[in-house]
Design a protein around this ligand. Structure first.
Ligand SMILES: Cc1cc2nc3c(=O)[nH]c(=O)nc-3n(C[C@H](O)[C@H](O)[C@H](O)COP(=O)(O)OP(=O)(O)OC[C@H]3O[C@@H](n4cnc5c(N)ncnc54)[C@H](O)[C@@H]3O)c2cc1C
Length: 486
């Protein structure tokens, strides 16, 4: 099958009835449920773009196995031009959602590409695992499936490893193996888009310790596998939010879920790592996982930062606070973050690593720097939006106020902006900003940018510990030698 259309994506979700719970109720059809309908439609829009002549060339490439168009995120880059094509594909999809859907399908497709390119890592425990992985990569690519993932264990007791928890099957792990496969029990978090995806790819962040063997597994599982349950966090939009009043929350909410495995059978052909702590911990350092995902996620974050900074600028202009020096200084600060992000992405492509097989990949250091610093940059931009928007972020009429004859005149008059900027336009702008910088939707977006790539504290510590410090040291040593003795 070539790339799917939005309609095919939605039909695919309907074809896999899943055990999804939200606000204490089991969801009969995620494509029709008020909490998920709009995000499903937005994702469907991304799939449709793959068929739009305007975007098809950048969003797809020719499958090496079927000769049909498949998603660019699966494409193993072999040149700088390929890396630029991949960036353009990430950017086109990100702009369609203003960077607000962090787990659009291309994200997990880059994960699979990184794993497929590092098949020898999976083969360390037996060729069959590498073969499984390659077949799965091709299966997802050729069927254009939408994957989610859940890498971490629930926050029960972080001072203990998974194997030390009060119940050995609290954190997801293997209970037993059978001739058919392995049986999985326990919980994992946090599957963004889990309720509305096709399959889950399960692996882990590094940090497993000896004794954690049952938890050291990697596998894929369809979302409708018997025994797989999802409990969603409370949605921020229950279908009642109007486009005018909550333009972002009404359209772009990514659902998140806790995965519970109630003795789920994973057939052997979908197992990629089994009972191997060293291998499970090696996925980040020994594959190009961070290089490829860092490319996609930072392009997406760059789009979101441009959007947030653009909103801050529009707010200021609408009431002419942009003439004040400190507002200009803050907007300049935010625009500088955007420039730094763009530069780091281009540098990661330009200074790409060349692998022995001729494939290339973005170089890691600038992407990791962004991973460590975006959790500071993005919250700062949101803070600037709050400072510039001030009371106006709260004091916006609801869409219904414009339609109420008795107050419509007041609303038109007292909510206008500078130079006669109409109140309906000013309110629309400030509502966009409130959705991003104040409302529950925006606070989840903030939490996402802080944590989606893992704990930012440990990311920056890893940057320190993993950096080749010879260059820093050489300069200081030379200066010391100049200083000489007292
Ligand atoms: C909106 C959102 C969407 C997400 N989507 C996904 C997804 O799709 N898939 C997925 O797998 N994950 C997802 N994540 C989860 C993300 O990977 C984690 O939030 C992140 O790895 C941090 O883990 P944690 O939340 O368990 O925090 P914890 O690891 O429990 O950390 C909590 C606090 O304690 C500190 N701490 C805890 N343990 C240590 C330690 N050992 N050393 C030092 N400090 C420590 C941390 O610094 C932090 O301040 C998402 C998270 C968010 C917020």
């Amino acid at each position: 099958m070539p790339v799917r259309t939005g309609k095919q994506f939605i039909e695919g979700l309907r074809a896999r009835p899943r055990d999804v719970w939200v606000r204490g109720e089991r969801v009969a059809d995620v494509t029709a449920h008020p909490a998920f309908k709009r995000p499903v439609e937005r994702l469907a829009g991304l799939y449709d773009m793959q068929h739009d002549p305007k975007y098809a060339d950048v969003l797809t490439y020719t499958s090496p196995s079927s000769g049909k168009p498949v998603g660019t995120a699966f494409m193993a880059p072999k040149s700088h031009a390929d890396l630029v094509k991949r960036r353009n594909a990430f950017q086109v999809w990100s702009e369609a959602t203003f960077g607000l859907m962090g787990r659009s399908p291309d994200f997990m497709n880059t994960v699979l590409l990184a794993f497929a390119e590092a098949k020898e890592v999976f083969a360390r425990d037996g060729q069959k695992y590498a073969d499984n992985l390659i077949k799965y990569y091709e299966y997802v690519r050729e069927n254009d499936l939408f994957l989610s993932h859940a890498l971490i264990s629930p926050q029960t007791d972080r001072s203990k490893t998974s194997s030390e928890q009060v119940d050995p099957h609290l954190h997801m792990g293997v209970v037993k193996e059978t001739p058919e496969g392995i049986v999985i029990r326990g919980a994992r978090m946090l599957a963004t888009m889990g309720p509305i995806c096709d399959e889950m790819l399960i692996y882990n962040l590094p940090g497993l310790r000896p004794g954690d063997e049952p938890h050291a597994v990697a596998f894929a599982v369809p979302v409708d596998a018997p025994g797989l349950r999802q409990i969603c966090r409370e949605p921020y939009n229950w279908g009642e939010r109007a486009d005018y009043d909550h333009p972002l929350a009404a359209n772009f909410e990514e659902c998140d879920s806790l995965l519970i495995f109630n003795d789920v059978l994973i057939p052997w052909e979908r197992v990629f790592i089994y009972n191997n702590v060293n291998l499970a911990n090696a996925l980040y350092p020994d594959t190009a996982l961070r290089n490829h995902t860092g490319h996609q996620t930072n392009v997406r974050a760059m789009v979101k930062m441009r959007f947030a900074v653009g909103l801050a600028q529009a707010l200021a202009r609408s009431v002419k606070t942009d003439q004040f020096l400190h507002v200009q200084e803050k907007l300049g600060e935010c625009m500088s973050y955007v420039e730094l992000i763009k530069s780091a992405i281009v540098r990661a492509e330009f200074e790409h690593d060349v692998l022995p097989n001729g494939h290339v990949r973005t170089t890691l250091a600038p992407l990791q720097a962004l991973r460590g610093l975006l959790p500071t940059f993005y919250p700062r931009v949101i803070e600037v939006l709050q400072i510039i928007g001030a009371g106006g972020l709260l004091m916006t009429p609801s869409g219904a106020d414009f339609a109420a004859p008795e107050i419509a005149g007041d609303v038109a008059k007292f909510y206008q902006g500078a130079d006669g900027f109409p109140s309906v336009d000013r309110a629309r702008l400030f509502k966009l900003a409130w959705d991003l910088a104040g409302d529950s939707f925006g606070m989840r977006q903030l939490q996402y940018e802080r944590f989606y790539a893992g704990d930012p504290i440990r990311i920056l510590a890893m940057t320190y510990l993993g950096t080749d410090d010879r260059d820093y040291k050489a300069l200081v040593d030379r200066a010391i030698s100049i200083a000489g003795n007292p």
